[in-house]
Design a protein around this ligand. Structure first.
Ligand code: ATP
Ligand code: MG
Length: 420
């Protein structure tokens, strides 16, 4: 990508209508555009980060047998009435619209009902189970407070997976697999060490559900941590009760603020029964399907990563999530510099290393500031000075050390960048 071809523009000034650091940084760096409170559009670089986050989640969901699909956003009131989740008094986040002639339509804020209802077409015998289906979807929610940037959107992207099993035993096995997959997802995003499996309130089919909480001061949740056991308890449930059931001591717990980046939930027959999702077992007896749902906040993760992986100069993306690996900047307008920069750009692109090539006529300070603000893992500079020193100046976003790389060294080095 040549900078001169992109419509990207960065900003020095902090947007005055944003309180949250994540939104301020992402807007300044040209990753997102604010439409209104809690509603953002993803610009080309932001879209790449979002897709990189999704890809990690997709790989881990596929690895445990998930089948990706995409459900509709518009929702028929009828199926939600049958589970008593249409009434605004029961679910206060609904966005609804009139369809004319007194009928209404809802905008999907979650998809347990439509997914369970859809499965009645495909599940009738024990031979049809289990089923694990998931999607990446834009959820719409009438959230009252929306001041945390991407952390709490009125429109946001979620990965939601639904499991349909024959019985609790089969369900529990999958539930444990999802838990492991979630840990892999957070590890791959570089937040594994600060993300805790957390006990939260359950429902009629499970005493607890589990959240995945990432420790951060911007979090809205309060959790009690056991750092040695790598477990936490949400303030909303009685910590003592949980501790008693794990046989843990209370003195290991520390109170922290945290961001819920995902959750897993057992809901058993709660939606299967009212929606008619039954199967015939090996003995010919009809049974309700035993279900669970598993969410990950995709756009919330992008906001959280911007929030915690950043410094005074801007964003610092983990290599696997950055929109590209290298920010290549040519300084000065000497012909030799231009030629070498063009060469390097072609060479890296050929090797499959993704590059933003800052070929603009801008001052060096401007280019350096942009490389930092955008948070690209490697900065490669070509100038008369660097050529006199024998090559290109290379700096990692996370370090202040500049090294000179010879043209021949570029290949080995960028293979490394390609893998990072
Ligand atoms: P919260 O307690 O933060 O409101 P929730 O309990 O409503 O979350 P779910 O409905 O289970 O969450 O959604 C699954 C995941 O989607 C959450 O774990 C979170 O990461 C993400 N999420 C939920 N609401 C939002 C939102 N308004 N904006 C961005 N992400 C969200
Ligand atoms: Mg919520």
């Amino acid at each position: 990508m040549k900078r001169s071809d992109l419509f990207l523009k960065t900003r020095k000034e902090v947007p005055s209508d944003e309180e949250a650091k994540n939104a301020q940084l992402l807007i300044r760096a040209g990753y997102i555009h604010k439409e209104m409170a809690g509603v953002y559009s993803y610009l080309p670089l932001g879209f790449k980060v979002l897709e990189n986050i999704k890809q990690i989640v997709r790989e881990e969901m596929d690895a445990i047998g998930g089948e990706e699909m995409l459900l509709s956003t518009l929702q028929h009131p009828h199926i939600w009435q049958s589970t008593d989740r249409w009434d605004d008094a029961k679910v206060d986040v609904w966005f609804k619209s009139a369809l004319g002639e007194g009928s209404e339509v809802g905008f999907g804020w979650s998809h347990e009902e439509p997914m369970s209802r859809l499965m009645t077409q495909f599940v009738s015998s024990y031979k049809d189970l289990p089923v694990y289906a998931y999607q990446f979807q834009t959820k719409l929610r009438r959230e009252l407070r929306s001041k945390s940037g991407l952390l709490r959107g009125r429109e946001f992207i979620m990965k939601d997976l639904y499991s349909f099993s024959r019985n609790r035993e089969e369900h529990d096995k999958f539930y444990a697999l999802v838990e492991q997959a979630y840990h892999k997802v957070y590890d791959r995003m570089g937040i594994g060490s600060i993300t805790y499996k957390t006990f939260a309130s359950g429902g009629p089919f499970a005493k607890y559900s589990h959240e995945f909480q990432t420790i951060s001061d911007i979090g809205e949740d309060t959790v009690y941590l056991d750092e040695t056991k790598k477990l936490a308890v949400n303030q909303e449930v009685s910590a003592d009760e949980v501790l008693q059931e794990l046989g843990l001591e209370r003195n290991g717990l520390v109170e922290k603020k945290a961001v819920e980046v995902g959750n897993i939930f057992t809901f058993g027959a709660r939606y299967s029964e009212p929606l008619g999702l039954f199967y015939t077992d090996e003995n010919g007896v009809q049974q309700p399907v035993f279900a669970g749902s598993y969410g990950i906040g995709i756009s919330r993760l992008m906001g959280l990563l911007a929030e915690i992986k950043s410094d005074e100069h801007g964003l610092v993306w983990p290599a696997g999530l950055a929109p590209c690996k290298v920010y290549l900047a040519s300084l000065g307008d000497e012909e030799e510099v231009r030629r070498q920069a063009n060469d390097a750009y072609g060479y890296l692109t050929d090797k499959g290393v993704s590059v933003i090539y800052d070929d603009r006529d801008e001052r060096p300070g401007e280019k350096f500031a942009d490389a930092d603000l955008l948070g690209i893992p490697y900065r490669l500079v070509i100038s008369q000075k660097s050529l006199e020193s024998g090559g290109f100046e290379l700096k990692k976003r996370t370090s202040t050390e500049v090294t000179i790389v010879q043209k021949d060294g570029l290949s080995a080095l960028l293979t490394k960048a390609g893998q990072a």
